[in-house]
Design a protein around this ligand. Structure first.
Ligand SMILES: [Fe+2]
Ligand SMILES: [Fe+2]
Length: 177
């Protein structure tokens, strides 16, 4: 888990100050035993929930740093924005609204396991905006909503690209072109 979707950087380059600062910022969360369970859940078809949160945290960290925002709390909030431990397919059967429930669940889990602040909580609670629980109240929260959608597109896109490549291969084999 040292790669980020859509990024050439890894976190193992000790010469990369930004990568090292990011690691220091999120390492305790990434290493937490309960948090690690996110690896057991497929997310956006092509990845797992742990990697998705790491992806969102990385872009949030970079963008907030560039804009002079609170990149530490924002990255930690992004790490926890999908810190919920249920299977989406099973949850949908209940008829409840996932967009409303999972940010609350993630916030409860985060409060249980880590120290939070207002920015972190905003990033978690309002990350589904314009769906879910309303708009973010901090600029960092807005960044997380964008990073989340950006990463979701990359992750879904990876799966769709694989599907289309397989379809094209099958078509060419069938039609000899
Ligand atoms: Fe989410
Ligand atoms: Fe997400």
């Amino acid at each position: 888990m040292t790669k980020i979707h859509g990024s050439k950087q890894t976190f193992l380059d000790a010469d990369d100050d930004t990568a090292m600062e990011f690691l220091n910022t999120v390492a305790d969360i990434a290493a937490d035993r309960t948090y690690q369970k996110l690896k057991n859940f497929i997310h956006h078809q092509s990845t797992n929930r742990y990697q998705h949160c790491l992806n969102v945290a990385w872009y949030t960290f970079l963008w907030c740093k560039k804009m002079g925002l609170n990149h530490v709390s924002a990255a930690r909030g992004a790490m926890c924005h999908d810190f919920y431990l249920y299977d989406n397919a099973e949850f949908y059967k209940t008829g409840m609204r996932h967009a409303v429930v999972h940010p609350r669940y993630a916030l409860l889990n985060t409060r249980l396991h880590f120290r939070t602040d207002q920015v972190m909580e905003d990033c978690i609670l309002h990350h589904m905006w314009p769906a879910g629980l309303g708009r973010p109240i901090t600029p960092e929260g807005v960044v997380v909503t964008v990073a989340d959608k950006y990463c979701a597109s990359l992750e879904w896109g990876t799966k769709q690209a694989e599907k289309w490549a397989a379809y094209e291969k099958e078509y060419r084999e069938k039609h000899g072109s």
